[in-house]
Design a protein around this ligand. Structure first.
Ligand code: C5P
Length: 216
């Protein structure tokens, strides 16, 4: 099975807080695939724009920055996961120029990884619908927004951060709206995607995943 999964692309799309990262990590470990978290690239760019005071309306500076090929590594950093970056990244992500830049970065990384004989699992919002339309397996993760907000709230409290459930729910609904209604690459269920219900236990999620992968 593991050998067979070499060189394949698995895409995972879903709304914020739907558990894409956990699912991607599980698949990556089990089938020895490289995990690329596209949201992290949006978050890193957002952090760069904030640090350099480049506002979302400053088209010219955004363009200049991206044309200068800023170094954006999809490496996790704890500060990238805060609510402020979450909110702002979904705003910068509405810009076509930003999306084109991120998509190009992803294609370069995936091409290189496949060339080295390793398959990839990529998670985001438009991965199966736009960036890697011909992926072997496309997954779409579904979880009700109230469950997603409750999980996020619990996680923040456990991390010792301040959190107000109603505020988290409000922010999440806002991000959903932005992701689903934006002009460029809105969040949609990709054609031929398997829908995964991640609202129950993770064992239940794993059972659904195992069924899909066992049919390969
Ligand atoms: O997945 P994550 O929450 O880390 O992504 C941060 C933001 O980047 C999302 O709110 C979304 O607006 C945007 N994003 C996107 N397309 C992707 C991945 C993330 O628009 N493929």
């Amino acid at each position: 099975m593991e050998n067979y999964l070499n060189n394949i692309i698995v895409t995972i799309d879903g709304a914020s807080g739907s558990g894409k990262e956990k699912i991607a990590k599980f698949i990556s470990r089990k089938y020895k695939l490289y995990h690329l978290d596209s949201g992290l690239i949006y978050r890193r760019i957002t952090l760069f724009f904030i640090k350099n005071k480049i506002t979302v309306s400053d088209e010219l500076r955004i363009k200049k920055t991206l044309n200068n090929k800023i170094k954006i590594n999809p490496i996790k950093h704890v500060s990238l996961r805060n609510e402020e970056i979450s909110r702002l990244s979904s705003i910068y992500a509405t810009k076509k120029i930003v999306r084109d830049f991120v998509n190009k970065q992803q294609r370069i990384i995936v091409k290189k990884t496949l060339k080295n004989g390793k398959g990839c699992v990529i998670d985001g919002r438009d991965i199966g619908s736009k960036v890697f339309k011909n992926a072997k397996i496309k997954l779409f993760i579904q979880v009700n927004v109230k469950i997603r907000a409750k999980r996020r709230h619990k996680q923040l409290i456990e991390q010792g951060e301040k959190s107000i459930y109603s505020q988290i729910l409000k922010n999440m609904k806002l991000r959903d709206k932005k992701d689903k209604n934006r002009k460029h690459s809105p969040l949609v269920i990709p054609k031929n995607a398997f829908i995964i219900d991640n609202s129950k236990s993770f064992d239940f999620t794993k059972k659904q995943l195992n069924e899909i992968f066992s049919k390969l």
